[in-house]
Every structure is written in C-alpha cells, then in structure tokens.
Design a protein around this ligand. Sequence first.
Ligand code: ADP
Ligand code: GLC
Length: 473
Amino acid sequence: MEVLHISFEFYPLAKTGGLADVVGALPKYLNNLDISTGVILPKYDKSTFQDLKVISQTEGTVLLGTTEYLYTIEEIKDTRFEFPLYIVAIPSLLNRDQMYGYPDDVERFLGFQIAVLQWILTLKDKPQILHCHDHHTGLIPFMKDYCYDFEDLKPLKSIITIHNAQYQGQFGYEYEHYLPYFNEEDKGLLDWDQLINPLATAIKCADRVTTVSPTYMRELQQSAAGLEGLLVHEKNKCIGILNGIDATYWNPKTDSLLKEPYDRRNFISKRKIHKEWLCDTYGFIKELPLFIFIGRLVYEKGVDLLPEVIEKIMPQANLNLLLLGSGDQVIAANLKAAAQKVGTHCQVHIGYDEQLSHLMYAGGDFILMPSRVEPCGLNQMYALRYGTIPVVRRTGGLQDTVVDIGDDGYGICHAQATVTDICEGIRRAVELYSNSKFYRQTQRKAMQIDNSWNHSAKQYKTLYQSLIKYIHD
Ligand code: ADP
Ligand code: GLC
C-alpha cells in the first residue's frame, strides 16, 4: 500500500457530512490511477458495521495515562469497496452510536491514533504516506516523527487535509501524559495559545497541508480561527485541491434511491415525477419553483439567516421551500417557527435522511447555500449533476465550483451571507424559473459539468509524487 487514509468518517459506514463522502470516494479514484490506497477508520456501534466480513485481525493495547485499552484492527472484505479497508475496534472508547460529541473525545481521538500507528509498526508492507483528515487525526504527524515508540515510522511521509479549520480539537496540558514519550524540547510543536492543538500541530509537522478548495486555502491565510498566521508561515507546503464527487454513486442514471432514473435526455419528465412527489408529500404548489436546503444546521452554513429570509420573501414571492437538516436546536426551532408563520409552502424536515436528500436533489429546482464559510461544499456539485440550480454565497469551494448565469454559467451567486443578498439571489432564481427556455438550458449546462474526482485525484497523485519519488505517471 502506498497511501493510507486515516479518518473518523467514511461513506457508507459512518457519515455526518462531506468528510465521509471524500474519504469514501477519493481512494477509489486513486486506485484507478495506480496509487495503491487504503482507508482506516474507527468501528462504531452502528448497524452499518454489522455483518462486515473480517478477513484478518490484529490485537493490541493502548495506554492512556494509567488506563489500558484493548483494541482490535480488522481488515474488511466487502465488494462495495474496491480498496483495502481497516476498522479499529476499541470497544470502551469507540463503540458509540455517534462519531463525536462525547466528554471523553480526547481519549477517543488519541486512542484511535495511537492504535493506528502501533498497527502500522507491525506491517511488513507499510504505507509510504499517511494521509490524515481533520484534527481527529492531527497528532499522527507529530507522534510519527517525535514519539520514541514510533521511531521506525519516521521515514514515512504525512499529509493533513483540512476539511474545516473551525474545528481544531484543542485540549489542555492535563492530557499531555496520554501521548507516548517524546523529547520535552519538541513540546512546542503541540502548542497553540497554551493548549495542545491537534490541527495546528498537524500544520506544523505534516510534510504537506491540503485543504479542499483553492479559494478556501487563500481564505484561511486571512482568517482561520486563529491559525491564519501559521498557515501563512507554512504556505510553501500548503495547497488547495478542490474536492470531487463520486460520479458513479451520485449519478441520476443509476441512483437506486430515486423514484426513476434519468439523464440529460429525459430529465424534464423524470425530474417532474420527483418534484410532484415532494409537492404531494409536503403540500406544495407544483407550478411554483421548489427551493431546497440540505445540510448541517450550524452558523457557518448561514442557515440561521433563513428564518428572516423566509418571513421576508415568502409572503411576496411565489415559491416553495423545503429544508432538510440537523444540528443546532435553536436554529431548528427558529426555522420551524418561521415556516409556520408563512404557511404550507415552506416545510422544515429535521433529521438526517440520505434517501430524502437524493429525492430533493432530483426534484428541487434550486438549492440554497448561503454559507458564511464553505471549505468546499459537495451539495452544490451533487445538485448540478442532478439538474438543480445552486444559489450560493460566493465563498470557498462555492466560488470555485459555481459560475453565475450572468457570466454564462449555471448558478446564481451572491456576495455576502446576508438576508438582503440571499433574498436577491432568490429573486433572481424566481426570474430565471419564469423563463422556462433559459431555465432548461441552464439545467442542461449544469448536468454536463464533470465535477468527478477524475481531475482532483490527479492533483493528489502529483502531490504524492512530490513526496515519494517512485510513484510514476
Ligand atoms: P459539510 O461536510 O460541511 O456538512 P458538504 O456539502 O461537504 O458539507 O457535505 C454534506 C453532505 O452531507 C452531503 O452529502 C449532503 O447531502 C449530506 N447531508 C447533510 N445534511 C444532511 C441531512 N440532514 N440528511 C441527508 N444528507 C445530509
Ligand atoms: C467539511 C466542509 C465542507 C467540505 C467537506 C468535505 O465538512 O465544511 O465544505 O465539503 O468538509 O471536504
């Protein structure tokens, strides 16, 4: 194996957002480019982990302070995955129904990372590159290079991909003794603002730092929740590589979660079936444009602005709006209250529902993404492929993937995450919809765009080649 992806999420086994989609898809595309790539992730208490066929397993123990945790690393054989897949079972730490949000997350993240490194030590055929994702795996580059236990792993290279710099995983020095022994002189590498900061440590120690779009990398050098100076300092090893999508899974032609498959030739009639189903289910008016929102209910997504948008625009403009999301309970309550005020043509579905999301991509006319921060965003790319036109704030990966109709593109972009700008975006969308010829042309254009991993996987290959010379074209 040349590259091992180390992640807390992986679609279809464990997903809260786009990280899972990326780690579920990129390895497949890398293997197609002859980069032998595997994935390792925690084993959670989820039905998706039941009945996985284990073909080999290794056991060990991790010591955190004075507590010993037994672990098992299982190699999985499953026809759904075309690459080596390993899961780390640490029953008392990882066997939970959620991925994050527990009081012992520090122990959970550390236990996983140490178990992974111990296991790599035992491998005859070691990966040459450890590709870490987000702060949960951010201490691996440090431990590999500076902890005595892992001295033999020093020649391996490491990469950190920042999916979201808002989350850095900081914790206090009372946990320092949980890390395997290292030289006191190297302690400064762990530090950021008098805390151990796994994301900052990864940026300092990894051989390369990537993030998930070129614009977000530029934005991070201006503002990165306190890490902007560090990212400027390390800029020579930083690169923004745009995420792609798994174009075999996110394909309306073969998507088994849809009512009926479709492609560019028959999308008008088939998308109509999906829109009608959504309208019947939620009590919408079929003749009006259907706007959708799908995503985490958090401040970064700008979704907290939508209650005011709903109250302002829905009594005036003729449209339907369906929101699907989970997260902040205050935001959820505010959305519901606003929807109730404006009547049946605005509905809020709280929860995580993979199938409904597919039906919405297939039946919605426009998708709203008013993000304050969007490192890449996958929703807009899925929407484009399914023929739903994105209405997005021009930021991060949204800026890199959506071209405004005014610039001969296939989306609607607004400058700020404000109620005024979002309402203006919606107004432009309603106008576009009323010109059905232009709207259909725009949909056709959108569905033709190739946002698959084909392009970006090549960029990762080039990056890997810069670290290990023997990967050839
Ligand atoms: P982020 O990772 O910041 O949440 P992305 O746009 O990268 O945002 O990825 C979001 C992914 O999660 C997409 O696959 C989207 O369809 C999915 N998703 C988000 N919220 C929900 C939900 N409530 N139900 C179903 N899918 C969801
Ligand atoms: C993060 C970002 C999102 C990105 C995803 C996958 O969750 O918030 O913008 O698309 O990671 O990289």
